[in-house]
Ligand binder design. Structure first.
Ligand SMILES: O=C(CO)COP(=O)(O)O
Length: 252
């Protein structure tokens, strides 16, 4: 069976209660391909998770944007994986570049978070991606391979992992990777998984693209053979997110 197309909406640190309700009602009214064709997961800030979960249509799911690296306890300001499980939040985004770069989350720390979240039964959207400087110096594949290797050293079961390739230079910049650029890195990531994890994991793991995806550029990106969906930032707060979900039907 092929890999089911996956569209995630990362709302980042945005929204008021009113705005959140409006986005959810737009999603609830949208006509999109069935959940056999596309898996849709939206990721509001922690404080809105219960509200979104209670209002959102049942064929879409929710994700947290982060969680603590170990069991909860005396970690002021953190949210544990156990709490997400307790609230029936099925997914969590880990290793987003905004956390790696602004909050200095290292490869190993991200990998520990991923392993712990999986051990608690959460599904993980694990993010990797290079900076502009790294791309320009020709080290893109080396950087994303090192980020993936750190994960593979701590994770043996990949069935609840979606890998998100998000080049930092494309995030929030309007500079989307070309379909060929995205395909090339996704191909390399899948090859890395095949050579270092297993052929089965490489074949089954969804590798999604993030970075300035919008209603206009999603269709051609979706046709790339190793692009299995998207992680969308800015456009996930707008009605065009529905068009991005619909691009699942372009997938080859
Ligand atoms: O970081 C992203 C999703 O996690 C991408 O953000 P933009 O779609 O706003 O570029």
């Amino acid at each position: 069976m092929g890999r089911k197309f996956f569209v995630g909406g990362n709302w980042k640190c945005n929204g008021t209660t009113e705005e959140v309700k409006k986005i959810v009602s737009t999603l609830n009214e949208a006509e999109v391909p069935s959940e056999d064709v596309v898996e849709v997961v939206v990721s509001p800030p922690f404080v809105f998770l219960p509200l979104v979960k209670s209002l959102l249509r049942s064929d879409f799911n929710v994700a947290a944007q982060n969680c603590w690296v170990r069991k909860g306890g005396a970690y002021t300001g953190e949210i544990s994986a156990e709490m997400l499980v307790n609230l029936s939040i099925p997914w969590v985004i880990l290793g987003h570049s905004e956390r790696r770069l602004i909050l200095s989350e290292a490869n190993e720390f991200v990998a520990d978070k991923i392993a712990y979240a999986l051990s608690q039964g959460l599904k993980v959207i694990a993010c990797v991606g290079e900076t502009l400087e790294q791309r320009e110096s020709g080290s893109t594949v080396e950087v994303v391979a090192a980020q993936t290797k750190a994960i593979a050293e701590k994770v043996s079961n990949w069935s609840n992992v979606v890998l998100a390739y998000e080049p930092v230079w494309a995030i929030g910049t309007g500079k989307v990777a070309t379909p060929a650029q995205a395909q090339e890195v996704h191909f390399e990531l899948r090859k890395w998984l095949k050579e270092n994890v297993s052929a089965e994991v490489a074949e089954a793991t969804r590798i999604i693209y993030g970075g300035s995806v919008n209603g206009a550029n999603c269709k051609v990106l979706a046709t790339q053979p190793d692009v299995d969906g998207f992680l969308v930032g800015g456009a996930s707060l707008k009605a065009e997110f529905v068009d991005i979900i619909k691009s699942a039907t372009e997938s080859s």
